[in-house]
Design a protein around this ligand. Structure first.
Ligand code: SF4
Ligand code: FES
Length: 565
């Protein structure tokens, strides 16, 4: 395990409480560390400071000293150094803490400031919470509860602005709800590097829009919806589908690539409604790609497998395991594992390969990285296959080596753990020469040709872990139950290993982790239950010599780039 470096601390006093916070922290974040919320709209921890909403006003002062002698000026009443309070409130987002600084976030002046800002923000707001998709997670709604007047002094006509403007294929804008915080503009420019948004017109008529001829269509566009503090930007996929307070949140991991962006899966009664990013400052900050947000649709895909079959007929799990074991006992078996399987499943896949005395293959998926949160390695868990020992070198991009073994008659049975063998390069003729056992989630040419098919669970329906490109072990949790007929991959693998006389576990996470602790040195001291939500960096020195395909991404530098930096 790698220990992170400790930051330099400065001591400040917030609402009378002394606290040490990392140097360079602004007042909003410093207050957060002592459990105090400084309300804000335009500030976002991962964007530049705009300082335009004025909601984060605080009072600030420094200990006084004699100008000539620099001696502290003492307060005879308290016996402590006097504080020189700045007469006007300051914005907390643009004020960094300094040693000895005093801050007031709850004074009568600050309360009055917040009420004034809220009154201005609500003057032209349509107040359409009952039909607004942001209700329940709207900062304007939240702050109105704390600092709203409860009635309006505004008797003039409200401004009318464009409604339902499609900014891009996935993002809808309601300009009347926009509080002009500019978060979406800054995100597009600073993070997505797609500078398409801006304000036009002035004062109360300021309006967010795309530049002429442009649209908000980049693969990170939905992050603007996440960070819009109000209901101005909404997702065309999610809007009007479900009220957020009905949804259960489950921590998960984006499986699009080896970046392993941390996510939250939002579900209700076994149905997933959306996926949003989860903050991890070491991996994805607060962002994720749009393409990862629709992966939940695979759960209900038309080709989802739900029926166990063996030799062309419906079977029980016992029957299918017996049929698969029978095929494997004939010898000349190859096991195709997956870089999309969890660490635990890969570990059992290795045991399965040992039980059949067969070679283990892995399908490499390499595409173009986008330099942000989609890396060149499109498997979420290639490192898991290395750490568990399922493979000892980087996988080829197709199974042509296995194809050659089939053609030479050295492989007669293939057990595929989730991989579509034809998509991975095996021809129909090659598939026809072997008996296939398929353990996975979706139908394909491989399942059509398979002798035994055992349906299993998607990443949303089970617990497990992946190891990302940084060698960070990150866990995901079960958000919804699997469909009737689908069986946990660990159970299937374990039963098959047992049927083949191999080293089985109890087919659950706990027992697999007991074996992982005992047999994998990098995981010797890791407890699955205690894995931090933001993951655990493993010692990767054993694989330093491999040429991984990834280039730089948000928080990752390939070893060669790091060495030259
Ligand atoms: S649309 Fe939302 S994020 Fe963009 S400026 Fe308006 S309030 Fe801010
Ligand atoms: S958060 Fe908007 S001005 Fe500070």
């Amino acid at each position: 395990m790698i220990q992170p470096a400790q930051p330099e601390l400065v001591t400040v006093t917030i609402d009378g409480k002394e606290v040490s916070v990392p140097k360079g922290t602004n007042v909003i974040e410093a207050a957060r560390l002592v459990g105090t919320d400084v309300p804000h709209y335009c500030y976002h921890p991962k964007l530049s400071i705009a300082g335009n909403c004025r909601m984060c006003l605080i009072e600030m002062g420094m200990p006084m000293a004699d100008r000539a002698t620099r001696e502290p000026i003492m307060d005879p009443e308290t016996g402590k150094q006097k504080i020189g309070w700045i007469p006007r409130p300051q914005i907390g987002c643009a004020t960094n803490v300094a040693p000895g600084m005093h801050i007031k976030t709850q004074s009568p002046l600050i309360k009055e400031c917040r009420e004034g800002v809220m009154e201005f923000l609500l003057i032209n707001h349509p107040l359409d919470c009952p039909i607004c998709d942001q209700a329940g997670e709207c900062k304007l709604q939240e702050q109105a509860t704390g600092y709203g007047r409860g009635y309006s002094r505004f008797i003039e006509q409200k401004n009318v602005k464009p409604k339902r403007t499609q900014l891009g294929p996935r993002v809808m804008l309601d300009d009347e709800r926009c509080v002009l915080c500019s978060r979406c503009i800054r995100f597009s420019k600073e993070v997505a590097k797609d500078d398409v948004l801006g304000f036009v017109d002035r004062g109360s008529y300021s309006t967010l829009t795309c530049y002429p001829g442009k649209e908000l269509a980049n693969n990170y566009s939905l992050n603007t919806v996440d960070i819009c503090p109000v209901g101005a930007l909404t997702s065309t996929d999610f809007r009007f589908k479900m009220r957020v307070w009905f949804l259960k949140q489950t921590n998960s991991i984006d499986t699009e690539s080896s970046v392993g962006a941390n996510t939250v899966v939002w579900s209700r009664e076994g149905v997933i409604y959306r996926i949003t990013p989860r903050r991890n400052d070491e991996v994805n900050d607060t962002w994720m790609a749009d393409s990862g947000r629709v992966l939940y649709k695979e759960v209900q895909a038309a080709n989802r497998l739900t029926a166990i079959s063996a030799n062309g007929a419906t079977a029980t799990l016992e029957g299918a395991i017996a049929a698969a074991a029978e095929l494997a006992k004939g010898g000349n078996v190859a096991v195709v594992g997956s870089g999309r399987s969890s660490v635990e499943e890969q570990f059992l896949t290795k045991k399965l390969a040992a039980a059949v005395d067969g070679e283990a293959f892995l399908v490499g998926r390499v595409g173009e990285g986008d330099g942000l949160l989609i890396s060149a390695d499109r498997n979420p868990n290639t490192r898991g296959a290395l750490v568990t020992g399922l493979i000892d070198k980087l996988p080829e991009s197709d199974l042509s080596a296995l194809g050659a073994e089939i053609d030479a008659g050295r492989v007669k049975t293939i057990i595929s753990v989730g991989e579509d063998l034809s998509a991975a390069g095996l021809s129909a003729e090659q598939l026809a020469k072997v008996a296939i056992v398929f353990i996975g989630t979706h139908g394909s040419d491989t399942t059509a040709a398979a002798k035994v098919v055992i349906p299993t669970l998607t990443v949303f329906e089970k617990n497990g872990s992946f190891i990302n490109q940084q060698f960070r072990l990150q866990k995901f949790a079960k958000a919804i139950p699997g469909p009737a007929g689908a069986i946990d991959d660990l159970v299937v693998l374990d039963e098959l290993i047992a049927a083949l006389g191999g080293e089985a576990t109890d087919g659950d996470l706990k027992s697999v982790w007991k074996s992982l602790n005992a047999e994998v040195s990098q995981l010797a001291n890791v407890t699955y239950a205690n894995l931090p939500a933001t993951g655990l960096l493993l010692d990767s020195s054993a694989w330093a010599g491999l040429s991984f395909p990834e280039g730089e991404s948000l928080h990752f530098k390939p070893a060669a780039a790091e060495a030259s930096a």
